[in-house]
Design a protein around this ligand. Sequence first.
Ligand SMILES: C[S@@+](CC[C@H](N)C(=O)[O-])C[C@H]1O[C@@H](n2cnc3c(N)ncnc32)[C@H](O)[C@@H]1O
Length: 299
Amino acid sequence: MAQMHNKLSPADAIWSLRRLPDMDDAQFSQWQTLLEHRTGITLPVERRSFLETNLGIRMREIGCSSYQAYYEQIVSGPDAIQEWSTLVDRLTVQETRFYRDPDAFRMVSDFVLTRPREQLKKRPLEAWSVGCSTGEEPYTLAMVLNECMNQLNLQPLFGVTGSDISKPAIEKARVGQFNPRKLLGMDEAMKDRYFRPAERNTVEIISSIRERVCFTRLNVLDLDKAPMHGMNIIFCQNLLIYFRRWRRREIVRRLAERLAPGGLLVLGQGELTDWQPPGLQKVPSEHVLAWIKRQTDEE
Ligand SMILES: C[S@@+](CC[C@H](N)C(=O)[O-])C[C@H]1O[C@@H](n2cnc3c(N)ncnc32)[C@H](O)[C@@H]1O
């Protein structure tokens, strides 16, 4: 097996031009199991070429010549943790944009605007974007909350947390600079209010919004270790679609535990069907899948 390193030697460079062999069924199944066990993501057989391509790119980068050798490197090699962290970023779908689901953000806005004013003045609103990718969703939440506070003539007392399994995605989110393509479809006045031109033809979020948003790396399978609790809004869209039904339910149950009484949980349309999470009340809506956590008797 070729040694793992970052720069290719001339011999490796010649080797890297060669095509990797096709992945056999047993190897595909081994990678499927590893990915699901560690992330919850199921890889259907139609995604086999996606797996082959992305493993192949990474293997070429580090000079590894067989899927089996790479698998062993990932599970028990000296740099296994570091290498897994790089690979998981390549195997997750990170597509996102600002205001991706306008109906869901309208629901967040209605939720805030109809809360008792005294409550909003007393305690900061806490929102959490789970599976936030490169940050567009949590920054949108921050803009929406800011708009609400302005409308209510209140101080911007709120905080947003974004979490994701991918370290590179979280690092990009923290920088807060985006390709203008990610703002497509956004209201022009909102763009003017919340973005400034930045280096290399990017735009950046204004600092008063950026400083209200923090990011952390978190695997949604490890929610029991997450410090978040008492959240007023939890947004989890376009993540559970990759998971099995039983696991979606399990995660929704755990997210519900992290909501404050009266808090709002928003998923993507169709991400949880035929099941009513205990302790939550469905918000009537044709276009948004959301629940409110029931108040307990003492509250
Ligand atoms: C398609 S993006 C969704 C981004 C955003 N929520 C949206 O709807 O625009 C899915 C994100 O989920 C993340 N993800 C996948 N598996 C995860 C896991 N087990 N724990 C946390 N995040 C995960 C991926 O890294 C990716 O950034």
